[in-house]
Design a protein around this ligand. Sequence first.
Ligand SMILES: *Cc1c(COP(=O)(O)O)cnc(C)c1O
Length: 340
Amino acid sequence: MEVRLNTNESPEPPPPELAAELASIASRLPLHRYPDRSAADLRAAVAAHHGVAPEQVFCANGSNEVLQCLLLAYGGSGRQALVFEPTYALHAHIARLTGTEVVAGARNAAFEIERAGALELLAATGPEVVLLCSPNNPTGNTESPETIASVAAAADGLVVVDEAYAQFAPSSAVALLGDAPNLAVVRTFSKTWALAGLRLGYLLADPEVAAACAKVALPYHLDAFKQAAGVAALRHVAEMDARVRRLVEARRRLVEGLSRLPVDQWPSAANFVLFRPRHMAAAEVWGGLVEASVLVRDVSSFPGLENCLRVTVGAAEENRRFLAALGEVLEVGPSVGSPG
Ligand SMILES: *Cc1c(COP(=O)(O)O)cnc(C)c1O
């Protein structure tokens, strides 16, 4: 597959200066020693980046492992996790893996969580964990800080906000942390930081929540290379911000291109766009794109996302190829879908 726009990765590899630093780190590591079990340097660097205390930070092998630790600590047999479908499928999956029962709430037509309905559901079910996702994967919309704050205020349990795409969005729940001790924000190096292969994610929360995660993680779960690599990556914030700006501009062009095709699409605050072919089956469109060596994600089996596909914002040339191929598959000709 030549154009891979199916897993929301960064289209660019890490910046060359960072790649060189990573090579140098690898050559100097004392690999015969166990790594720092508390990942103190990495947690201090993450804390400084977000303006929180190191005790509020827990790091793990990708944000999926952070979520697993949260659910091991706060979920489990006889406990419930509330999700709002359609959302990131791994939330329910990881919850079930930890023996947590999954309760599913719904979203409105814009895929937002309705505050009144959410509060009713909270009162009726009283889940130990609420899993939010903002921007939400695969729909792309954000949850307003007001909604997140009122869910956190109404919940007895822990309210987790998965912010894998926060850098692309106008708001973040990190600002709410000081006011809500039951709020936990999960971030990842997999998307914006162009380090999906490194497997590094982290939690920002009340020190008690971070400590609970550290308790259920395996000893030395975070290897020495990853710890040093994360610290190095955080020295390249300006370059990462520049990449986010490039992708937001590429997203604008992609959305513009899609608007000229017979598809419905939803506004995105992330590095992907959800769309629905108007006159053709999603599976057929997906297959046609594969024939043109373009891979997108078929999300048509998600509840409420009948016939929908999700495309990652790639590099300019990848987005052009996607739009041209989509135009041909939808039989409107390749030129219509090429905004240049
Ligand atoms: C991609 C993604 C992640 C990233 O998971 P990692 O384990 O950090 O690679 C987490 N949450 C959501 C919603 C995602 O889309």
